[in-house]
Each structure stands twice: as structure tokens, then as C-alpha cells.
Write a protein of this length. Sequence first.
Length: 98
Amino acid sequence: MMPGMPVRIKGIVVTTADLTPVAPETWELEVRGTKVMGSNVPFLDSFLDDNAVELPVGEIYKTLSGSVPVSVLKTYYVDEGMRITRDVDDNIYVFTRA
């Protein structure tokens, strides 16, 4: 049995993406980039927060495989500030306006 990590790592993972409507309740999502904010890892926390470092995930996918994966999302709830969707694997995503 492997012991757990001796520290708890915290932070917020923010992913930016392009959403394209394909039907009234259905969207296609293509990831552009991902960044970490509010990390509790010493030295890394201030570097990430001060420099707004974003990993260009979409470009990495395009370079390695020739295209960016597209996920199909179905909307289950929407209002002026939030959208709740599910993908084909029943993963739930909550999008809010920045």
C-alpha cells in the first residue's frame, strides 16, 4: 500500500475554450488553454498568479496529433451567469461568466 502525499496541494484550475452551438441545447467545446491560480505551493503560487501563465493545451494537441479534440456538451441548465452541461460520458461542467 502506498502512503498518501505528505502535503495537500490546493488551487484553482481555469480552462479557456471555444464553444460552438450546433443545436439549441448542444455545444461543441474545443480547449484553448489551462492555467492554475491560487496555488499553495511555495514559490510556484506567486509565479503563477503574478505572470498569468497559461499552458496552450489546444496548440499542444494540434502539434502532437494534428487536431484539437472536440467534446459535445448538452445543456441542462442556463441563466444569465451560469451554464450547466454534460458530455457523452456524463461528466458535469459548470461554466460561469468572467
